[in-house]
Design a protein around this ligand. Structure first.
Ligand SMILES: *[C@@H]1O[C@H](CO)[C@@H](O)[C@H](O)[C@H]1NC(C)=O
Ligand SMILES: *[C@@H]1O[C@H](CO)[C@@H](O)[C@H](O)[C@H]1NC(C)=O
Ligand SMILES: *[C@@H]1O[C@H](CO)[C@@H](O)[C@H](O)[C@H]1NC(C)=O
Ligand SMILES: *[C@@H]1O[C@H](CO)[C@@H](O)[C@H](O)[C@H]1NC(C)=O
Length: 474
């Protein structure tokens, strides 16, 4: 029988509500730096995950520097609706231009660059992107929609993000995210795996990383809406190689993932619950192998996530972990490492990929396992390319990327500005003509004009890298 609420009881109830609201608020990661820019946009763009991207002009903590006018461009009329509100506009540069992004807290940041080439002029653009003096993208073309993500150390109060068109071309960008990374996201120590064996190395925290793959094994795609750091995790099925389906089982877990209480290393920001709640297991005496096309002659960080959501009791799993065919961990005993079931854990491996351009990862079940069905598991994995030199991802770049404008403009600089002005004027006229032609075509045959993206090698690569946004990502 319910008794009428007394003021005291109401107060307790209210307190309870406040506490749980505070817990939810505290649970959400609040980055010190959180630049979300919709480039070339006239109004803020709000994403389904609740984030608000402000226009890149007239924003207090951001400054756009360019010797020549930049063009804010909107998707041409009649083109298919963009997958995200961020893709409705772009900023186009005919000359080198920079964004100055104010940094409140120095340290590692996540930088995401969104490219959505909504017209042939943009998909033909060829350009370079640098940040804080590091070359991130060299001779880059975005012939299909792509998000490029980097994790980089920032040790100044302003991060200068620079776009340099390749000669005779233009550069563009649709949206920029610069977000402080939580401390625990990248550790300093990893296990270097070579044909000679596995050894610990340190110094990872000062490196620059480019995310190539972020995979939730046997799970449903996790979108920024459900991720603690607005990441996207895709299913692994397309990357299984030479694996007989009788060798594995697929698991999903509806219980609670036991994140260690008060841990500074293992938090929901490393990977959210959804990612740990699914896994693929391997049976004793068999391998499950995944293969990922990657650019050759680079060093990679491979983070493999494990969380025992499959065992009924501790000490049931014993397995080997292979990185590019080399034994990385022998007789891995997850229970002894974590002490609990459903307890998330990860290992960072470092691997050099030379000419083969393929990164292979495998788990191998051991015959001495307790169960004859399940011997090892994998829940998720991330593959990040590391910088080759202190100058950037692909080596040093001959153009100084962070040149200051307006400080001392030499004759050459003025001449270049004028030239850029002309190129800009030409670009503008071309765009106006394109819009006019489209109008006429639309009026004449009444059908919507649709622009077909040309698939160059770059586009295939971008698709293979699985960071291609689709409507469901936003
Ligand atoms: C970029 O690539 C194009 C075509 O492959 C090439 O002509 C150009 O020289 C390259 N630019 C730089 C700076 O590497
Ligand atoms: C978020 O995760 C929940 C639980 O897994 C799922 O039901 C929901 O569809 C997800 N939402 C989005 C937008 O991905
Ligand atoms: C599993 O993969 C490793 C590394 O490629 C290989 O050495 C081993 O022989 C494989 N085991 C089985 C049972 O295929
Ligand atoms: C990567 O860049 C950092 C500077 O941000 C530098 O300290 C490090 O040595 C570079 N790595 C390599 C392999 O050169």
């Amino acid at each position: 029988m319910a008794s009428p609420p007394t003021p005291c009881r109401l107060a307790v109830l209210l307190l309870g509500v406040l506490c749980s609201a505070a817990a939810v608020a505290a649970a959400r990661y609040a980055p010190a730096d959180d630049h979300l820019l919709a480039c070339g946009a006239e109004a803020a763009a709000v994403l389904p995950d609740g984030r608000r991207f402000v226009p890149d002009s007239g924003c207090a903590s951001t400054r756009l520097r360019s010797p020549a006018p930049t063009l804010s461009s909107a998707a041409p009329p009649g083109s298919p609706p963009p997958p995200s509100p961020l893709h409705a506009s772009a900023r186009v540069f005919s000359c080198r231009a920079s964004y100055d992004l104010a940094v409140r807290r120095r340290g590692r940041h996540i930088l995401r660059l969104h490219f959505y080439p909504f017209g042939p002029a943009l998909s033909d653009s060829r350009f370079h992107v640098g940040a804080g003096g590091l070359l991130l993208l060299h001779n880059f073309t975005a012939s299909s929609p792509v998000i490029k993500e980097f994790i980089l150390p920032v040790d100044s109060d302003v991060l200068v993000l620079t776009f340099v068109p390749d000669s005779g071309s233009t550069a563009f960008i649709n949206a920029i995210e610069l977000v402080s990374a939580p401390e625990e996201l990248v550790g300093d120590i990893g296990t270097l795996v070579t044909s000679g064996g596995a050894a610990q190395i340190d110094g990872l925290s000062s490196q620059v990383f480019e995310t190539l793959y972020r995979i939730t094994v046997a799970g449903r795609k996790v979108t920024p809406f459900n991720d603690t750091l607005w990441r996207t995790w895709v299913n692994d099925a397309d990357f299984l190689v030479g694996t007989d389906s009788t060798n594995y089982k697929v698991w999903s877990f509806s219980g609670r993932i036991a994140y260690p209480k008060g841990s500074r290393q293992m938090t929901r920001e490393v990977a959210p619950d959804n990612v740990y709640s699914s896994a693929r297991s391997v049976k004793p005496g068999a391998n499950v192998t995944w293969g990922f096309p990657v650019p050759a002659s680079s060093r990679y960080l491979v983070r493999m996530h494990f969380c025992d959501i499959v065992s009924k009791a501790l000490y049931e799993l014993y397995f080997n972990i292979y990185v590019n065919g080399n034994l990385a961990v022998k007789d891995f005993d997850l229970s002894s490492t974590t002490g609990f079931l459903a307890y998330p854990y990860y290992i960072d491996f470092i691997v050099d990929v030379e000419d083969e351009g393929m990164l292979k990862l495998a788990i191998g079940g051991l015959k001495q396992s307790r169960s004859d069905e399940v011997s090892g598991i994998l829940n998720a994995l991330e593959i990040m390319r590391m910088n080759k030199t202190s100058g950037g991802m692909d080596g040093n770049f001959p153009i100084a990327l962070d040149m200051k404008y307006g400080v001392s403009k030499g004759i050459g600089e003025v001449a270049r500005s004028l030239l850029c002005g002309f190129i800009f004027a030409g670009l503008f006229v071309a765009l106006v003509m394109l819009v006019l032609r489209l109008r006429i075509e639309l009026r004449n045959n009444g059908t919507a004009w649709s622009w077909k993206p040309m698939d160059s090698g770059e586009g295939k690569l971008a698709k293979a890298y699985q960071l291609v946004p689709s409507k469901a990502d936003y």
